[in-house]
Design a protein around this ligand. Structure first.
Ligand SMILES: C[S@@+](CC[C@H](N)C(=O)[O-])C[C@H]1O[C@@H](n2cnc3c(N)ncnc32)[C@H](O)[C@@H]1O
Length: 296
């Protein structure tokens, strides 16, 4: 893979990478949905440049070592199907930058929109004093929530030591060590006696048939973050049965189940799930209140 002599600037590289990505029929789903945006993400952030780079810098000739570096990045994206976020060790969530590697899922949950809206109209910001993020991975949901709810302490739980190491790095990066507690736990097991105003969970929920047909890009992500048995509900079942015990009386549970929404509704026909709609894409996120759970 070698660019012609007419590929010397960031902009020319974006167009060249776009063509390579299209030829290779890559899969997009980690923050972009087309070859051009994916190419711009890889080239600009690969060079450490901002997304809103001006025309002058976009058309500046690059030194030879940067050209070599970009060619290698493009090669790895195409030939190994490695997601850009892992190639750059960087992902974006709620407008914040996170360190990521292949021990964590690449942040992309539509719950970002709900956090940015501070779960309005379900919560009053000043009345939220405790939040837990179940299956924190990179820590993206816990960190964005801590920033949206400045009066809240946040527990970030994961069963994976490697994921918690990544989350720790991100908590440090966002200077939130005084408000976010990282806890290694199998779901609620280590949280005895705690009550939270908001429980947020983006657990593994991919069912067996979706696991079998995952695009190659997703196969670089940890299976522990994705696979959830035959019907995708192995973990969600526990979240549904155990959450009420850990909620305050005015608490809410917000949980993502993605494509397993239908299976969940079939398995729990009596649950009054509220399903969110998203402006920027995504689906399969429900809300239940403590009061609703009390009535079941
Ligand atoms: C879908 S990922 C979500 C990561 C992150 N919250 C995000 O939205 O990008 C699910 C996470 O749940 C963790 N996990 C899987 N089983 C778990 C369990 N039984 N208890 C706690 N965490 C678990 C995985 O290690 C993974 O980090």
């Amino acid at each position: 893979m070698k660019p012609g002599l007419d590929v010397r600037t960031p902009y020319q590289f974006i167009l060249w990478a776009e063509q390579k990505f299209e030829d290779a029929d890559l899969y997009y789903g980690h923050g972009t949905d087309n070859a051009y945006d994916e190419a711009a993400y890889l080239i600009l952030r690969g060079l450490g440049l901002p997304f809103d780079l001006d025309d002058v810098d976009l058309n500046q000739e690059l030194p030879a070592e940067k050209i070599e570096f970009l060619v290698e990045l493009i090669r790895c994206r195409v030939e190994k199907r490695l997601p850009v976020a892992y190639l750059l060790n960087e992902a974006w969530f709620c407008g914040l930058s996170f360190y990521v590697d292949d021990s964590v899922l690449i942040p992309r949950s539509p719950i970002a929109e709900l956090i940015a809206d501070r779960f309005s109209p379900w919560c009053e910001v000043e009345r939220v004093s405790s939040i837990v993020d179940i299956g924190t991975g990179s820590g993206c949901i816990a960190i964005a929530s801590a920033l949206s709810f400045p009066a809240a302490r946040v527990d970030a739980v994961d069963i994976s030591r490697d994921a918690l190491a990544v989350a720790e790095e991100n908590v440090r990066r966002h200077e939130l060590s005084d408000r976010i507690r990282l806890i290694r736990s199998n779901l609620y097991e280590s949280l005895a006696g705690q009550h939270y105003d908001i429980i947020i969970a983006n657990p593994p929920y991919v069912d067996e048939s979706d696991m079998d047909t995952l695009p190659e890009e997703y196969r670089h992500e940890p299976g522990l973050a994705l696979a959830a048995g035959d019907d995708g509900l192995d973990i969600v079942r526990h979240i549904l049965s155990d959450s009420r015990e850990y909620m305050s009386d005015n608490g809410i549970l917000v949980c993502e189940v993605g494509n397993s929404q239908e299976a969940l509704m079939e398995a729990y026909p009596d649950y009054p799930f509220f399903w969110f709609e998203f402006e920027f894409g995504g689906h399969g996120v429900f809300l239940l209140t403590a009061a609703q759970l009390d009535q079941l």
